[in-house]
Design a protein around this ligand. Structure first.
Ligand code: URA
Length: 211
């Protein structure tokens, strides 16, 4: 499934002047085993155009392996298509300081600016379940009241948020969302690995029953 060029162009135009760079398309079949919704691409992804191909991607591929799935069998996308960055200073070993770009989470405004891109994919991809990775994807679809720590590993069935005249409204259709932690969260909090394992087992059971 490929986002129409006009829509991608509209998404790019909507974030002109924002501290974002690059543009990464979602990728995967029209009828995947599941759909993954991440946060936003990082440095690796904006250079090769492949979602989740960097460090977090390696972790994600381990999740998929445990589910018995390959990258080709799932649809991978994100709430924001461009890399949110901030300028920071890096101290080199020789004491010199260089300016460089660091990743940061996307803002609400950035998520809304690219909301119509994710809406299109959700409307055109047929999937038994949407797996959100981290708080950004979960809140974008289920609403701000949902927190990953409370809802990870559970199934949320109901309407989801879609872009509507510079705000969100609810879809008529109901979707099944399964939130889990973002694979990069393990780097900051290794204890989450255990919870992710449990979530993967729950999801695996669901996928077996819905083959
Ligand atoms: N995080 C995401 O959400 N997407 C990527 O492509 C990489 C990291």
């Amino acid at each position: 499934m490929k986002l129409p060029d006009e829509l991608a162009e509209e998404g790019k135009k909507r974030v002109e002047g924002f501290p974002l760079e690059g543009f990464v398309y979602g990728s995967g079949p029209q009828s995947p085993a599941l759909m993954l919704v991440g946060e936003a691409p990082g440095e690796t992804e904006i250079h090769n155009g492949i979602p989740f191909s960097g460090r977090a991607g390696k972790e994600l591929m381990k999740f998929l392996e445990k589910l018995g799935l390959s990258r080709e069998e799932v649809y991978i996308t994100a709430a924001v298509r461009s890399r949110p960055y901030r300028w920071g200073e890096k101290k080199e070993r020789d004491g010199t300081v260089t300016k460089r770009k660091y990743n940061r989470p996307p803002t609400k405004k950035e998520i809304m600016a690219h909301a119509l891109l994710l809406d299109y994919e959700i409307e055109h991809v047929t999937t038994p379940v949407i797996v959100t990775l981290g708080n950004i994807g979960l809140k974008r679809l289920a609403g701000n009241g949902y927190k990953i720590t409370d809802y990870h590993g559970t199934f949320i069935k109901g309407p989801i948020q879609k872009f509507d005249n510079d705000t969100y409204s609810w879809t008529e259709k109901e979707y099944l969302i399964f939130p889990t932690f973002h694979p990069a969260s393990i780097f900051y909090n290794p204890r989450l690995a255990e919870l992710i394992e449990e979530d993967i087992s729950t999801l695996k059971k669901f996928l077996k029953e819905h083959q």
